[in-house]
Design a binder for this molecule. Sequence first.
Ligand code: ZN
Length: 189
Amino acid sequence: MKAKNGDFVLPGDPLGVTEEFLPSEWTYDDHGEIRSLVAGTVTIDQKNKKIAIIPKTKSPAILKKGDVVLGQIREVRGQRALVDVDGIKDSKRSLPITFLGAIHISQARKGYVDKLTDDFHIGDIIQARVTKVMGVDNADLTTAESELGVLKAMCTNCRHFMKQIGKKEVKCPNCGRKETRNISSNYEG
Ligand SMILES: [Zn+2]
């Protein structure tokens, strides 16, 4: 499918191929396929063979290496915690799409981590730094800084948010369960 001038597209929508067009503002090259980075209107420069997008939102936020982001742990499996990245810290602009972040066990904290489940559980609200952005919606993250890590821990037993009771320990006010976490110095609760 090829986009036409004036078409409204969403992030990831195909616009054309790099054999015919140059990817320009708010687009990216996905193995030869030009796709939109953001929701917006297609603008095609036939003379210069360029495809660009006029974003629907004025200057939408795009993740960059070094950004501190907020997200929620979606899954912890083996060496990786997967995070739904919802926004950039201290930015009023919202991300045009939810990024999927991944924290590798080697990036969880300074020092050795035996089990990633000692650091994160599903539902935890976390703060992390972007180390690499891949494609339109994937990012590698690190939490190996004192202000990074878990901001709110979700009890694995009853899904209430937990209170911090030690450097690495949290306790559920609802069911009394104690668990460990990679706790941020900005922990809320
Ligand atoms: Zn609980």
